[in-house]
Design a protein. Structure first.
Length: 182
């Protein structure tokens, strides 16, 4: 497989996964998460980058009611199963595309690690939310703290991964044309 052929496929993968990820994200922000917030009057777990405690979790779960909790399970969480994978795939494919033309891949490797970590903690967060909803009203504080920690980790790792992709892109764009390996 030639580099040009491989680059084309990696670029296509980045574009397609990015389109799917962006579509799912917009659907979550504008429909499912907006509905959860409208029904409960509280910010959903997914949108609390600095976490939450047992009292906040109980307040949200109680305010959601049975219908709202079912909506979280049947609408938000299925979308949030697809989104982390699409985001990680987009970031990783973009990094790999830049890596083909960069001599030092250390930042690329860090970006890949943070992208995978972001997705992993998003899935852990989703499992925690699922468990909290299933356990309601008997949600244990350790479960809330574990889920909240996953939310914070997901938020931090996602931010770092995106910043690394942007940094690698800026470095790649600033490279002299002679240094580019096609």
């Amino acid at each position: 497989m030639t580099n040009r052929f491989q680059s084309k496929h990696i670029g296509m993968l980045a574009a397609v996964s990015g389109l799917i990820g962006a579509s799912v994200y917009l659907l979550m922000i504008n429909v499912t998460l907006a509905h959860i917030e409208a029904v409960s009057g509280h910010i959903p777990f997914d949108m609390r980058p600095f976490g939450y405690g047992p009292t906040e979790a109980a307040t949200l779960l109680k305010a959601l009611s049975v219908e709202g909790r079912n909506y979280y399970l049947s609408h938000q969480l299925p979308l949030d199963i697809l989104y982390p994978a699409m985001l990680a795939l987009t970031l990783i494919a973009t990094l790999c595309l830049f890596a083909e033309r960069m001599p030092n891949g250390k930042l690329v490797r860090f970006g890949i690690v943070f992208s995978v970590g972001s997705a992993l903690f998003d899935y852990i967060e989703n499992l925690g939310i699922l468990a909290m909803i299933w356990c309601w009203p008997d949600v244990l504080a350790p479960l809330v703290y574990a889920t909240s920690t996953a939310t914070i980790a997901k938020s931090a790792l996602t931010t770092i991964a995106v910043l690394l992709v942007l940094l690698v892109g800026v470095i790649w764009m600033r490279m002299p044309k002679a240094d580019l390996r096609l």
